[in-house]
Design a protein around this ligand. Structure first.
Ligand SMILES: [Zn+2]
Length: 159
């Protein structure tokens, strides 16, 4: 999936998750977007890869694309790091929601992800789409609508 789909996926996921917590939805949303972009650090052309080219090159050299940074192992590692260094629960929860949304979206692409890395097993849904294809635009639109819906639920009391 492209960066913009991951961003809107992170927004929808973190705002949806915010409904089940008492955390500040704005903080969760911000962390959710960053979490949704992080896994593509293994890919130099991605939004986050262009921001951190050296780290991105290193990750790509070591692991290749959509392997370690798209695995449960990485998710657990990041969760441990967040627990150790980020005292803010809203940031941690939003970040995790964003990351999980990234995995799910990439599982809907033909290449899938190596969710069980270091096992070399590709995990994807039975129905998949091409990155940047027409179906992705539909997914993007649905996620945008969901973001509005959950955003309205989360922020509605301000209006
Ligand atoms: Zn990815």
């Amino acid at each position: 999936m492209t960066g913009k789909t991951h961003i809107v996926g992170g927004i929808a996921a973190s705002l949806a998750y915010a409904q089940f917590t008492n955390h500040d939805p704005i903080i969760m949303l911000g962390a959710g977007v960053i979490g949704a972009l992080l896994p593509d650090i293994c890919h130099g052309g991605s939004k986050i890869g262009r921001k951190l080219p050296l780290l991105s090159k290193l990750m790509n050299m070591l692991f290749g694309h959509r392997t370690f940074t798209h695995s449960l192992l990485f998710l657990v590692l990041i969760a441990a790091l967040l627990n150790a260094f980020i005292p803010n629960e809203a940031v941690r929860a939003g970040f995790m929601a964003g990351m999980v949304s990234h995995y799910i979206l990439d599982m809907a692409t033909k290449n899938g992800i190596k969710l069980l890395f270091p096992l070399n097993m590709t995990v994807r849904f039975p129905m998949t789409t091409r990155t940047g294809g027409a179906v992705e635009n539909v997914v993007f639109s649905i996620l945008s609508l969901l973001s509005f819906y959950f955003g309205y639920e989360a922020f509605g009391f301000y209006l």
